[in-house]
Design a protein around this ligand. Sequence first.
Ligand code: PDD
Length: 287
Amino acid sequence: MSEITYVNGRYIPTGEASVNVEDRGYQFSDGVYEVIAVSDFRLVDFKPHLRRLGRSLSNLDIEWPCSERVLKIVLTQLIKRNRLRNGIVYLQITRGVAPRNHAFPIEKIRSSLVVTVSRSGRPSAQKFTEGVKVVTMPENRWGRRDIKSVSLLPNVLAKQFAVQNGAFETWFVDDEQTITEGSSTNAWIVLAGQEVVTRPLGNDILAGITRMKLIELAKAGNIRITERPFTVDEAINAEEAFITSTTSFVMPVVDIDGKQVGTGKPGSVTNNLLTLYREHFSGSEEV
Ligand code: PDD
């Protein structure tokens, strides 16, 4: 079955879908995006994704291309037309089409909306049972990482660095030697006494929806969470480590820069959190 993509009001076979060469997303990466999981035809955590999208848009002064209600209809239609039981929806909103000029266009333009679906992308079961490796590199991104911008060049290079080093993810490390986040994931460690630590929200990381949900689930399950920055050394010497994102759920980390973490196997706290998240994910109400 050929997949269907949504481009500015039209549902088009993906192979034929295209955007204007003067779209500011294409020319300046002047746009934002969301990746939302689909579980059994339902959008997982749709509302928080929509809230974050709204924040990204307003931070960049980009107009909504349509109402939130219409956006939901588009996503639901695309899931239906693609018979997408499980996978992800990728949606991108750019400032729109205008002759190339760095400053915002003076004339009011309509923002562009593109939505695609993907059936693949979920890590293998083996990765969850064995855990994954991460490597680190100096933080080199701009200061507004809380905006889910499509300007992802440093993240692309960081992920490539991971691939070239046989790792699953790269963690960015700031000048204080603390880990900010991964190229497309949030970072966590588990210390003695089962204390789970993750960096607090701020301009220096993306407010992951998986992160937010996991904190809620952990609190409800009486698992202690501390939001504070942690260093690479702390992570290497932690009992457990893991990463979270829409596409990698709660993924155990067993090796950082070639050094074993804990027993070198996924730890019990990580596995408990993964179970809690999976229950939330598959039982998730469409909201
Ligand atoms: N990435 N940090 C960064 C830099 C990210 O790009 C992502 C998501 C996350 C986790 O956010 P969430 O839990 O809402 O997925 C953290 C998506 C999946 C991507 O770019 O494909």
